[in-house]
Design a protein around this ligand. Structure first.
Ligand code: ASP
Length: 341
């Protein structure tokens, strides 16, 4: 009898180990924004272009992890690839404000020590994610805005460009269209349903933000997000991306999170930190915490998605829009890339 129990226990341990080994360990997850991304509106060429840049970003970040470098480096590297592409609403492809400017926000956070850096409302920084990192590593601050952030970025060796660099015809057309809709529609259909307050931004024109979460060989997490914000946003508006805990958060103890969506709702729900808090205090698992956070955004009348990764290499990518550009890679280099629901 004793022997039989022993054998059963051994078998159970082996089965558990085999199952554990089968579980995929993700080391890098990226997103390129959530929104009304429908297959019927997508041409084969456009989809291929998105897939290409997402894959490049993922592979560039993965090479960094494989090299044994920090998750922070992987996050910055992957985001820079997407910032340099006109396809995404970050860096080069940033959307225009109501005044016809490109005002960008970005943040980065180190899960190993809770250090963080962010910039908001910058108009001349080629790669805002690198400026955010400079704020984290080279200043005594967490968040810097506008001309001050630009001055600091320049003195830290971050590349500065003329505001014209961010002009793309597609985004300019997007602003014209959004403005026309605003003036022809007295009441827009995307206000805060609960409070009855009206929004002034068409929900179809706001997505395309980029973000990354990574886990390095040392077991450290990092998260980063970069965005041009929302088309036709008011001068000086700051979204959730650069606000630590709202759009970006990383903590080795819990999770690394990068959000995309209607920023005002993410700020009000403190979404990225909410995912972490549900894990830390509510003992929720990663999937449940990530999904609940998105459900709460939806309940308030907002929409969007997020990516999340923990030190076990488990990931989640929930969203409540028609699509979200998203991709992940395992420690063995297995790629998963999805766009639609
Ligand atoms: N969250 C961003 C913002 O509100 C927009 C986006 O994710 O597309 O600025």
């Amino acid at each position: 009898m004793k022997w039989r129990s022993f054998i059963i226990i051994v078998i159970m341990i082996l089965a558990w180990q085999a199952n554990y080994a089968r579980q995929k360990k993700y080391v890098l997850v990226i997103h390129g924004g959530a929104g009304t991304i429908l297959k019927k509106n997508m041409t084969a060429e456009k989809e291929a272009a998105y897939r290409k840049v997402l894959t490049q970003a993922l592979q560039a970040g993965y090479a960094v992890i494989k090299d044994g470098k920090k998750s922070l480096d992987a996050v910055e590297t992957a985001i820079r690839v997407m910032e340099d592409s006109p396809l995404f609403n970050a860096g080069k492809g940033s959307v225009f404000t109501n005044e016809g400017k490109n005002e960008m926000d970005a943040a980065i956070m180190d899960g190993s020590n809770l250090m963080a850096g962010s910039v908001a409302g910058v108009t001349t920084i080629k790669n805002p994610i690198s400026a955010a990192r400079a704020v984290m590593e080279k200043s005594e601050h967490v968040m810097m805005t506008g001309p001050g952030a630009e001055k600091f970025a320049k003195s830290s060796g971050v590349e500065i460009v003329s505001p014209d660099y961010f002009y793309t015809p597609e985004r300019w057309e997007g602003l014209k269209k959004a403005k026309k809709e605003d003036s022809t529609k007295a009441i827009l259909d995307h206000g805060n349903k609960k409070s009855g307050k009206l929004g002034t931004i068409n929900k179809d024109y706001k997505f395309g933000t980029v973000g990354a979460v990574a886990l390095d060989k040392a077991g450290n997490l990092a998260a980063g997000t970069s965005t041009g914000g929302m088309t036709n946003k008011k001068f000086g508006r700051v979204g959730d991306a650069p606000i630590i805990g709202a759009g970006t958060y990383a903590n080795n103890k819990t999770v690394a999170v990068s959000c995309t969506g209607w920023g005002e709702f993410y700020i009000r729900n403190v979404v990225a930190y909410d995912v972490s808090a549900m894990i830390e205090y509510g003992k929720a698992n990663l999937q449940k915490a990530a999904q609940t956070a998105i459900d709460k955004v939806g309940q308030l009348g907002g929409d969007g998605g997020l990516i999340a990764l923990n030190v076990q290499g488990e990931m989640a990518m929930p969203f409540n829009t028609a699509g979200m550009y998203r991709a992940a890679i395992t420690e063995n280099g297995e790629v998963e890339l999805l766009i639609y629901k």
